[in-house]
Design a protein around this ligand. Structure first.
Ligand code: ARG
Length: 587
């Protein structure tokens, strides 16, 4: 289904053409003076230069063409040459009735036949998830859902950090504690034990201990480094231990992501790229792209148009070990082979921007991906505390994600208990749903690239531009619909012409649902969708306060409103699902 803007634009184009002007001037936009009109066209101003006429003359001719057009209640040409538009109530209601019957609110499947890989996890195995991973998960999950809604085939990849020094550190620390284990016995010929020699809590203690030890004890640090290299070279005992670290960690990570309602289609990691590295490096050598620099193999990626220095991309260290860039490049080799993607989108902390510039340029130079494949880095800003510094615990440590979530849920629970008669149990259950909305909306309502302040107080407020406010609005709609039904109200699916300015405002907003969703996807900008959802909520609440819906005596009128509420709820439900959370039935 065409968006309402497309339908209006089409009418405008016909009017320009009929008046003797080119259709390229007929661009219609949302009004930036909502007090004067709903949509506007400023094309007469541009056309004036081409046709050497006064803009108002052109605007007036076009407006004349549109008089009596069933789309518009009012078309006026205003000095110096604006075309101000108000939609007719019947066209608007008709559009909404049509939208109601469409799948996905009439969004066009622009992504049909296209594949996108989204890389939005990046947790490091054996280290707990912390707030740094929160934004990637929240933003990436929303983008995944937006892309799917718009018809794309999406592969969400967690891309575990499982190939770095932390593996060597854990291996060496485990050896120190249990040298008798078969993983360290060079003459052991297997099979290695099925059960891991540690639990997740052990691992969470082992890693920081080992990391601290490596800073004080150079011999230990060297051993951990060697263990990492040997693991990467395929030493069987280390490989077996590595698989244990991986399985214990992944089980725990899955639990944590599930709590956030974030999921991945594939659980691959840096280590999966390993088999592709030798051939990739060979091919770079064959193409003459590699040269040696202090023993390491590097690719030059500086371009003439760069205004700052972009250092070469190091693909192999002097001891033969691979680095972060190596695994990212080899992962692209694998992604190209497995999925043949049209786009690979990385949702990662913006401080890694240089790394991705180097990786993308190297991948293009080496022909790892097809020239038409888009490589996108969506670098997000930092989540700060109220002091404006990166968010920490009260004690100043790194905040674990699960603690952050329970802090939010508790704050929500507190508010519910203060405001309502409700059992502790029920309040706690609802708080989980609302807490997630508070957390995700608090994050997503900011432009991803910007830093933002994590403010529990504000995020959990039931008023203002917050997740709980959106849910509160939806629960209000649900409860009206439930009461209407309980009172024996007839099923109704037909919206009627708006009868008040507040009803029309709500209808105008709902008519933009498909456009807003498509724009949020095209611009990779969930905050645009938050803005839309907030406007719909405000418009609904205004309408609600001015309209006695359940008390209305005219049944036909009432049914029109019930249909309007049904559509408003559907729009909000689809949108918040795209943001990654849901509304409860009560709150
Ligand atoms: N593991 C990395 C980190 O914690 C993030 C990985 C992001 N994705 C990627 N393909 N490099 O910093």
């Amino acid at each position: 289904m065409n968006t309402i803007l497309e339908q209006i634009t089409e009418a405008m184009e016909k009017a320009f053409e009929a008046s003797g002007y080119e259709t390229r001037f007929a661009k219609v936009t949302l009004s930036n003076r909502p007090d004067l009109c709903e949509y506007q066209c400023n094309g007469a101003m541009a056309a004036a230069k081409t046709y050497h006429k006064a803009p108002i003359q052109i605007a007036s001719a076009v407006a004349d063409q549109l008089q009596g057009n069933p789309l518009f209640a009012e078309v006026s040409a205003v000095n110096p040459g604006f075309l101000n538009l108000k939609l007719s109530e019947s066209f608007l209601a008709g559009y909404l009735n049509q939208m109601q019957g469409q799948e996905r609110l009439g969004c066009q499947p622009v992504g049909d036949g296209k594949t996108v890989v989204i890389d939005y996890g990046g947790p490091n195995v054996a280290k707990p998830l912390h707030v740094g991973h929160l934004r990637a998960a929240i933003i990436g999950e929303s983008l995944k859902r937006l892309y799917r809604y718009n018809g794309y085939t999406v592969i969400g990849d967690v891309h575990l950090g499982d190939w770095g020094l932390q593996m060597g550190l854990i291996i060496e620390e485990t050896r120190r504690r249990h040298p008798e284990l078969p993983y360290f016995d060079e003459s052991f010929s297997g099979p290695y034990p099925q059960d891991p020699p540690f639990t997740i809590s052990d691992l969470e203690e082992i890693y920081p201990t080992a990391s601290a030890r490596s800073k004080e004890d150079p011999e230990f640090a060297q051993a951990a480094h060697n263990a990492t290299v040997r693991l990467q070279q395929g030493q069987p005992g280390y490989q077996a231990l590595f698989r244990h670290i991986l399985s214990v960690s992944i089980a725990d990570l899955k639990k944590n992501y599930a709590r956030l309602q974030v999921s991945f289609d594939v659980w691959k990691g840096e280590s999966d790229a390993q088999p592709y590295i030798p051939a990739m490096i060979q091919s770079m050598k064959d193409q003459g792209l590699l040269h040696e620099s202090q023993g390491a193999l590097v690719v030059d990626v500086q371009e003439e148009t760069d205004t700052k220095e972009i250092p070469p991309c190091i693909v192999q260290k002097s001891d033969g070990a691979s680095l972060y860039a190596t695994t990212d490049l080899a992962t692209l080799v694998e992604r190209e082979k497995l999925y043949h993607p049209d786009e690979v989108l990385y949702v990662v902390d913006k401080r890694q921007s240089l790394h991705f510039t180097q990786v993308f340029r190297t991948a293009r130079k080496a022909g790892i991906i097809r020239p038409e494949t888009k490589l996108t880095f969506l670098g997000f800003g930092t989540m700060n505390g109220k002091d404006g510094k990166p968010f920490k615990t009260r004690e100043g440590g790194v905040m674990r994600l699960e603690h952050l979530i329970s802090d939010i849920n508790q704050a929500v629970c507190q508010r519910i208990l203060e405001n309502r008669e409700i059992s502790q149990e029920e309040a706690e259950a609802i708080s989980q749903v609302i807490g997630l909305a508070a957390l995700k909306y608090g994050d997503l309502s900011n432009q991803a690239t910007k830093d933002y302040v994590f403010d529990v107080e504000r995020f959990t407020s039931f008023e203002g531009n917050t997740g709980p406010y959106i849910l509160y609005t939806m629960v209000r709609i649900k409860s009206i619909l439930a009461r209407y039904q309980a009172e024996g109200g007839a099923e109704s699916h037909t919206l009627r012409e708006a009868q008040s300015p507040s009803e029309k405002d709500l209808q105008l907003l709902l008519a933009r649902a498909n456009d807003s969703i498509a724009a949020a996807c095209a611009e990779q900008a969930p905050h645009r969708l938050c803005q839309y959802v907030y406007e719909v909520s405000n418009a609904f609440n205004k309408f609600y306060h001015e309209t006695k819906i359940l008390g209305e005596e005219d049944a036909a009128r009432q049914q029109g409103w019930i249909a309007l509420l049904g559509l408003a709820l559907k729009v909000l439900e689809d949108c918040i699902d795209l943001l990654g959370f849901q509304a409860p039935d009560k709150m």
